[in-house]
Design a protein around this ligand. Sequence first.
Ligand SMILES: Nc1ncnc2c1ncn2[C@@H]1O[C@H](COP(=O)(O)OP(=O)(O)OP(=O)(O)O)[C@@H](O)[C@H]1O
Length: 439
Amino acid sequence: MRSARGTPSHNKKSLLNIYGRLSCSPTNGKHLNFCTDFEKSIVINSFKRRGWKQVMPDEDWHLYWANTVNCRSIFSLECGLRLGENQLINHFPNHYELVRKDLLVKNIKRYRKELEKDSNPLAEKTEVKLPSGQVITRYLYLDFIPVTFVLPSDYNMFVEEYRKFPQTTWILKPCGKSQGAGIFLINKLSKLKKWSRESKKYLQHHLTSKDTYVISRYIDNPLLIGGKKFDLRIYVLVTSFRPLKAYMFRNGFCRFCTMKYDTSVTELDNMYVHLTNVSVQKHGSEYNSQHGGKLGIHNLKLYLEGTRGREVTNRLFENIQWLIVHSLKAVAHVMSNDRHCFECYGYDIIIDDNLKPWLIEVNASPSMTATTVNDRILKYKLLDNLLSVVLPPGGIPDARWNKTPSAEALGDFQILIDEDSMYKGEMELAQRDKGARKN
Ligand SMILES: Nc1ncnc2c1ncn2[C@@H]1O[C@H](COP(=O)(O)OP(=O)(O)OP(=O)(O)O)[C@@H](O)[C@H]1O
């Protein structure tokens, strides 16, 4: 039987063979087994350091660090597998609701509309005057994704928006790709039409989800440091969507472009200026492999406190947490909340020069490859802390656990939201109120 390790995907039949007869025996205080699809030393060593043994997907495992394709197959109807109480896996079955570019946008738009329909104050709108003099209406609290349309389905809506704001630059991104592949910027509708004709893409009828694109307003006023654009990579661990339990790793980092930011039309195609992906920048002649174009979030905070002041810096970081929590709430009701699952998401955020954070995208399998020494230290810590959060106090996976880690187990994770304890807190307050009224 072929192992799932190191193979990117399986066909349904072989998965049925591999997983159909799988169950994990009770641990009884014996050794714990992990299995992974990645040949990454950081992943493998993080388990081995805890004394766990690596096994194949068709053997007894307690925790599977899977790729998204294999995880989806495990939960597919054809597979018919029921995970045991001592088995955990690192993705939710339909994580794509949050991590696919088009679905993220659809879910956030729907969430805002629902709040609006319920007259929820969170959905309050406000009028904003643009530098061009035009006045637009936008959400006061929930305006954290750039205006985005899905192509080809929203093409007419996009053209309407384009005509209203003809000076805007747009960024086109394929939904089925990553690492900057297939991304380009446009500032003219004619360029989009030309691309469509040449690639015979979005106006064709036989489309697959791989051919879906999102077109987003390009954030053309990013905050620059040393004249260069950067984005933030923040790790967010979710252990449950209903109730929502999410944690943010304190040690995120900035990823810088290697070339100075330049909005001139001639530089529109220069990806070393506009895309912050390490996978793009590492091919640039200015790439520095010592620091890998990365700067720790603590240093960014210090820099901002020094240049912009403590108050606005704190507000920026509060707004980042706000946008993460609301992006998760936007998908919480569509997620299949399997209690064997947890997921570590890589959030990509751009800060503009008004210190407003924008959510660019969410990744389900943030890279566990280290590009520098600091990166290696950070990622080891991330995985070590993550395991402490997802495992109950005895260290043995248990899907029945109430997923309430102790303060020490959190390590460098901080609680973003725990609806369970919020609910309990509210109940306690209500009880106390009732008691006070009785007295
Ligand atoms: N709306 C935007 N405004 C400004 N820059 C953007 C915008 N969208 C994307 N970018 C830039 O393009 C880069 C790649 O975009 P994005 O992360 O969405 O695509 P990706 O290829 O899927 O990347 P990943 O490998 O992280 O999945 C971002 O890191 C950012 O630097």
